[in-house]
Ligand binder design. Structure first.
Ligand code: NDP
Length: 253
């Protein structure tokens, strides 16, 4: 459990999660709401998502529309979260896409789209969060990378580059902001049961699952548990680290 230190005496911390409409992002929203925090979750569609889970959480959940590839959207999303709850104390940069294909078939658009969302989008939201965290003199930033950054699966040159880029970026940022008690860490999930992996098809998913020492795909909730830990008081001395949540797939990545 984490103590609430909001400037405005409301309970819990202010958390912003990108890509919160489903999968790992939605699981993070649920984790932080269950922890008593106030959570802004970004979505892209026309329809504003309902507050997830327990009805008691509704007053502490704010859906904010944001495409992380659009600087104006990012600014608006943070401004809305700040107006409702106060400055963001925990950022989970989770929004991500794949556009898998072998390198000789990979057009510049597939490369650019994946880098723009997964890496530049992460840079953009972290930069916006850090501006306020520096003044607060505290903060937690967690980037969602992937085991693919380290093992380099075929068909994922763009994705692997974007997810490996997050690690270098997080470490540079971690050094820049450490003196203000802001930590910057990375979670590297393996095969997690979400829409993203469903796209791979049954055969490839099964083959990947068989490579996992723990013998199964992970759940979004298990990734959220690791992210919640990195945001907790107990993780105050951890920065610039990469936490694998992969059932042993990367084994020492
Ligand atoms: P999903 O495809 O289930 O969800 C992706 C989320 O990202 C959705 O909320 C989606 O919004 C959002 N998103 C995509 N593009 C943008 C954008 N430009 N701006 C804002 N939001 C965007 O994926 P997962 O939950 O599985 O993945 C979450 C993260 O975890 C990703 O970064 C992924 O790379 C990473 N990961 C996933 C693994 C897995 O096995 N599932 C393994 C390793 C890493 P919308 O609903 O509008 O499309």
């Amino acid at each position: 459990m984490v103590s609430g230190e909001g400037a405005d005496a409301q309970p819990g911390r202010v958390v912003l999660v990108t890509g919160a409409s489903r999968g790992i992002g939605l699981a993070c929203v649920e984790w932080f709401l269950a922890n008593g925090d106030r959570v802004a979750g970004t979505y892209r569609g026309e329809k504003e998502p309902a507050a997830p889970g327990d009805p008691e959480w509704a007053g502490r959940f704010l859906p904010v529309r944001c495409d992380v590839t659009d600087p104006g959207d990012v600014e608006r999303a943070f401004s809305e979260a700040e107006a409702a709850f106060g400055p963001v104390e925990v950022l989970v940069s989770n929004a991500g896409i794949t556009r898998d294909t072998l390198v000789l078939r990979m057009g510049d658009d597939a490369w650019d789209d994946v880098l723009a969302t997964n890496l530049t989008g992460g840079f953009r939201v972290a930069k916006r969060a850090i501006a306020k965290m520096l003044r607060l003199r505290r903060g937690r930033i967690i980037f969602v990378s992937s085991v693919g950054a380290f093992v380099g699966l075929p068909g994922q040159a763009n994705y692997a580059a974007s997810k490996a880029g997050l690690v270098g970026m997080a470490r540079a940022m971690a050094r820049e902001v450490a003196s203000r008690s802001i930590t910057v860490n990375v979670v590297a999930p393996g095969v997690v049961d979400t829409d993203m992996t469903a796209e791979l098809g049954e055969g490839r998913l099964q083959a990947l699952g068989e490579m996992v020492p723990l013998g199964r795909a992970g759940t979004a909730a298990e990734v959220a548990d690791a992210i919640g830990y990195l945001a907790s008081d107990g993780a105050g001395y951890i920065t610039g680290s990469v936490l694998a949540v992969d059932g042993g797939l990367g084994m020492g990545l």
